[in-house]
Ligand binder design. Structure first.
Ligand code: 26A
Length: 346
């Protein structure tokens, strides 16, 4: 096994297997899904997974938002740079995840639950939209005990940068807070993704408890808007929301917070704590014929961005890496990256 010192970026969230297919409005309607959304599965969604597999030519693809990000960062960084934590079951879906991360050179430390099944995410693609419906399964049983095991905790202590997928607020906020406090006390950067509109809407309290510890906060336009409305900011302009996020109170005052809002094919917005100007970074264009699907585009952006932060690159280059990796990922099926590998050039 490689030495724990090698892992520069440590990521935490929910490992899932994506069951992804191209669907149609009728399928969305049948399960009451919105074309572009991410939700937790309820009783009424139970049939979706079988439906996708039996009637829609679904593919099984490694997913879990921050696991996609971790694979993405590892895609750019030198070998043995990224480690990912989360919970899985002891089943064939976990085996598929193990294969995928092995190919990606990502080290994972899964908490294996003997009783629960590996989580799955039904992905319905309609045009440029993707609807995500997740049954967390074993991912929902990640716990502080796993994080605090001496061999895992030493990975935490040796990491240089932390990445937390906001979806994990539905699972284990205490584990998130441990990483937050560790980052601040060691003056290491922590990156948080808002992940989905329902996180600021319905997991506001644990999200807010972690806010002082965000060095970088990343969200898309829908997540930013959900944050603004659930926090009664009274603003809808994305640049103003970016500024508000950047200027929230901060625990570690040695680093100024940066808020990043992605916006599909519109420019990425970047606000820095204490600065008036919100910068715009145009995305890397992709012709329509080359687009495969957008599932995982945001995760890929975060992976490229995190790779820049790990390597101490400028904010502009880190954003550029994010846009570069997102552009590559949307040409693949699901949240994947092309092999043979392409090399980022600043
Ligand atoms: C808690 N929830 C709902 C989730 C997710 C999730 N990853 C972690 N937790 N819901 C969807 N995903 C993942 O998001 C990726 C696309 O951004 C899917 O597995 C998909 O790969």
């Amino acid at each position: 096994m490689a030495s724990t010192k090698d892992y520069r970026l440590l990521c935490l969230e929910n490992p899932l297997l994506d069951i992804q297919a191209v669907g149609d409005q009728a399928l969305l309607d049948k399960y009451g899904l919105k074309a572009n959304d991410a939700i937790l599965a309820e009783e009424t969604h139970q049939g979706l997974f079988e439906d996708l597999l039996n009637n829609y030519d679904a593919k099984l693809i490694a997913g879990g938002a921050a696991q996609n990000t971790a694979r993405g960062a590892q895609y750019i960084l030198s070998p043995n740079s990224v480690v990912y934590l989360g919970g899985v079951g002891d089943d064939k879906y976990a085996a598929i995840l193990h294969d995928a991360v092995k190919q990606a050179g990502l080290r994972v430390e899964y908490r294996v639950d003997a009783k629960e099944k590996t989580g799955r995410c039904g992905v319905v693609i309609t045009g440029h939209n993707r609807s995500l419906c997740t049954e967390l399964g074993a991912a929902n049983h990640y716990d502080l005990e796993h994080l605090k095991k001496p061999d895992i905790w030493s990975l935490v202590e040796n990491a240089e940068v932390f990445y937390i997928g906001g979806y994990h607020f539905t699972v284990c906020p205490p584990a998130i807070m441990e990483l937050c406090k560790q980052a601040a006390s060691a003056n290491k950067p922590l990156i948080l993704s808002l992940s989905a509109p329902f996180i600021p809407q319905f997991f506001k309290d644990p999200l807010d408890a972690s806010a002082p510890y965000w060095d970088y906060v990343i969200g898309n336009e829908a997540e930013a808007e959900a944050y603004a409305s659930s926090h009664d900011l009274g603003i809808t302009d994305l640049k103003e929301i970016a500024k508000a996020l950047a200027n929230l109170p901060k625990a570690n005052t040695q680093r100024r917070r940066v808020a990043i809002i992605t916006h599909g094919t519109e420019p990425t917005l970047v606000a820095v704590q204490g600065e008036d100007e919100v910068k715009e970074f145009p995305v890397h264009e992709l012709s329509k014929e080359l687009l495969n699907d957008t599932n995982g585009a945001g995760d890929a952006f975060a992976g490229g961005f995190a790779s820049g932060i790990v390597e101490g690159r400028s904010l502009a280059e880190s954003i550029d890496r994010g846009q570069w990796l997102a552009r590559l990922s949307i040409q693949e099926l699901g949240p994947s990256y092309p092999f043979p590998k392409q090399t980022y050039q600043a």
